[in-house]
Design a protein. Structure first.
Length: 374
């Protein structure tokens, strides 16, 4: 859509090849041209124009409905119990241009790109991956550091350009608590599964602290999905990947129903689908169940855990096992608060296929606004 719009405007000015000409220019030639163009455009803007723009795009330029004081109190509840091996860092407001397109299969159109080879951070976990890669590169400079790991956490305000559901009254900028742990997988060791389990346990403990600190999170559920199994379902049943991605945020879209997929949408144990999926996938999930799900269930009998077979989010983002964390508020309304999973983002930057990265994030804005004790 954005590419078509660019073609329309290029045609209006009689320069159909203008987008391609600009894209082919080296940055040291392109940037001065764009900077000068924006300088001249800014001189055409007056104080009244500023106010009208701010009022017209309140979801973009407006302040959060949550006070900064409450954000700080929420942050403190996390830091009071943050695992000792995590380092809390403050991210900059911008990241290198292409951070989303280089590491994932996400597009650039929903990112606010600057004219100086950068973009406003729209995904703090990707920005954390860059910082983790820098630290891991330094670790791996010595032999004893190769099998070390890095864990980082940060609260950060993200900016997205896509329009959200107006019924939910979400802003295009919002607060996220992002975390990352990255390290080298050795043979068939359980670094990936151990780290996934530790991340989930960290969020369970955080829920407990929140419930003691003035919030009410009830009926907590974690669902797990295998990207390999998701890919097998898409291929086996001829599901259009682009269609799923375009409708991933629409609650009413059900690709299991649309493609008549004869599999259960959610299961408690992989044994339920042993004869319905390839043996190799079954063995992968069985190992995950023994190393992650069973210990979590044993340690947290008050929490619900299950597999989510029909997950729509995460295709082209995670590459291993991913998970969601849900909770209900005192009004009985259910919200998806946590998203996490395994990837190869740091491995890509280090050119090391054995580097495993686990990230997870918590939607702070929703977590505060919808779960205050009444």
């Amino acid at each position: 859509m954005k590419e078509d719009l660019a073609k329309v405007h290029a045609q209006k000015v009689g320069q159909m090849e203008l987008p391609h000409i600009l894209a082919d220019m080296p940055f040291n030639s392109l940037t001065p041209i764009l900077v000068e163009a924006m300088r001249q455009k800014s001189e055409q803007i007056g104080p009244g124009d500023l106010l009208r723009e701010a009022e017209a795009k309140s979801e973009f330029f407006g302040s959060s409905a949550i006070s900064q004081k409450e954000f700080c109190r929420f942050q403190q509840l996390y830091f009071e119990g943050m695992p000792d091996h995590f380092e809390s860092i403050q991210l900059p407001p911008v990241a290198p241009l292409g951070i989303c397109t280089a590491l994932t299969k996400l597009g650039q159109n929903e990112r606010l790109t600057t004219i100086r080879k950068s973009e406003v951070i729209s995904d703090s976990t990707l920005a954390l991956a860059v910082q983790a890669a820098i630290r891991r590169k330094q670790q791996c400079a010595s032999l004893e550091g190769v099998y070390g790991n890095v864990s980082l956490a940060t609260f950060h305000r993200l900016l997205r350009l896509q329009k959200f559901d107006p019924v939910k009254k979400w802003s295009q900028h919002f607060e996220i608590l992002g975390t990352i742990t990255t390290g080298r997988q050795k043979g068939r060791n359980s670094f990936r599964n151990d780290t996934l389990r530790n991340h989930v346990q960290m969020w369970i403990d955080f829920f407990d602290r929140l419930n003691q600190g003035g919030y009410a999170y009830r009926d907590i559920l974690f669902t797990f999905s295998s990207v390999a199994l998701m890919e097998w379902i898409l291929e086996t049943y001829g599901v259009c990947r682009e269609e799923v991605n375009q409708n991933s945020l629409k609650a009413c879209y059900d690709f299991f129903e649309a493609y008549r997929i004869p599999l259960p949408r959610q299961i408690e144990t992989v044994q339920e689908i042993q004869n319905l999926i390839p043996e190799s996938l079954f063995k992968q999930l069985l190992r995950f169940e023994k190393e992650v799900l069973e210990p979590l269930r044993s340690s947290n009998p008050h929490i619900h855990f299950r597999y989510e077979m029909d997950r729509k989010l995460g295709l082209g983002y995670f590459n291993g096992v991913c998970f969601h964390g849900f909770a209900s508020n005192l009004r009985g309304e259910r919200f998806d608060l946590i998203d996490g999973g395994s990837s190869d983002w740091v491995g890509q930057m280090l050119s090391d296929k054995h580097e495993v990265t686990i990230t997870s994030s918590f939607g702070v804005e929703v977590g505060i606004a919808q779960f205050r004790q009444m």
